[in-house]
Design a protein around this ligand. Structure first.
Ligand code: SF4
Length: 319
């Protein structure tokens, strides 16, 4: 993708060049027909990016996260090289269904005491706390599965995988607060998350279906592309939260535990009223506020939104 970057007056050229460099050089190698990232992303998003990349314009400020993430990757790679780990940032392509799939595996470590030698894939990710608490990691799982599968195709027998996730907005004060209030909060800023690699046939089936979807839609007009699902749009439904009266920065209660112990948003006023009662909060000090739903990916992480009729239509409905 070659997105044109803009910058506000005053910002140094260094950031502008870093953003351009990332698009034009750093990420451009070994992309193949489609990269792993593209294969796990929504079809509509991938095709809109490809069709309109030269018309898209993003401010450098919007690329700050990507620049930061690439910096983290780079230092991890330099450290791996320094300490003699040869299999880091492995970039290659594999043929699949007459297409070349671009692979970039962050790090592959030999598993001690295995004969014949087995390997563990380690993927580095950056995310926000909510992504960990809500457990939205399906694309991470498939990325790891495809990469492990591809590595096996070139003779590196990957049998285990984990994502090392750096939580960008983690803070010790938020952890202590969550502990005081008995709320879920990741205990550490860097988490290692085990990934189940599935079987080769599962990965092949998944790859075939993703490739098929992209091919079927290659000539479909923009406005008729298959719609992104609420999950793909990282849709946060309308919900209710409990706020301390007068506070504007952070709700006191945003989620409750369901019967399986998973944190879920309060989608009805009744759920919020029950939570108020359970916590013994009085209406003199606390209030329930309504939060309209929003599509986090569309709004903040998908530059294709300018060309996406699905997003433009949902904007009119207030999402
Ligand atoms: S703006 Fe939203 S709906 Fe449109 S392609 Fe991007 S993620 Fe999908």
């Amino acid at each position: 993708m070659d997105i044109i970057c803009s910058r506000k007056p005053g910002l140094s050229n260094a950031w502008y060049e870093a953003a351009q460099y990332l698009d034009e050089v750093y990420e451009a190698e070994y992309r193949g027909w489609k990269s792993t990232t593209q294969l796990v992303a929504p079809t509509r998003m991938v095709l809109l990016y490809e069709r309109h990349d030269h018309e898209m314009c993003e401010d450098v400020q919007e690329r700050a996260n990507i620049i930061g993430g690439s910096g983290t990757h780079e230092i991890l790679k330099m450290a791996a090289e320094h300490y003699g780990h040869k299999l880091c940032e492995q970039r290659f392509t594999i043929p699949f269904s007459e297409r070349e799939i671009g692979i970039k595996a962050d790090r592959v470590d030999p598993i001690p005491n295995t004969e014949p030698l087995e390997f563990k894939l380690i993927e580095f990710k950056e995310c926000k706390t909510w992504a960990i608490i809500l457990g939205e990691k399906e694309d991470w799982i498939w990325q790891c599965r495809i990469q492990a599968y591809a590595l096996r195709q070139i003779g590196i027998n990957v049998t285990q995988a984990q994502v090392d996730a750096l939580i960008k907005d983690w803070s010790i004060s938020n952890l202590e607060k969550a502990q005081r209030e008995h709320k879920d909060y990741p205990e550490h800023q860097i988490l290692d998350i085990h990934i189940d690699l599935g079987s080769d046939s599962e990965v092949e089936e998944y790859l075939s279906s993703r490739i098929q979807l992209l091919l079927e839609n290659e000539t479909v007009p923009d406005d008729e592309l298959p719609e992104c699902t609420p999950k793909e749009r990282w849709m946060r439904d309308e919900c209710f939260k409990i706020w301390k009266r007068g506070k504007t920065d952070k709700a006191s209660v945003a989620t409750v535990k369901d019967e399986n112990g998973r944190r879920v948003p309060m989608t009805t006023r009744q759920m919020a009223e029950d939570a108020m009662e359970e916590k013994g909060y009085s209406t003199a000090d606390y209030e329930i506020r309504y939060h309209p739903g929003q599509c986090t990916r569309c709004k903040h992480y998908c530059t294709a939104r300018t060309f996406c009729n699905q997003y433009l239509a949902s904007q009119k409905e207030g999402f």
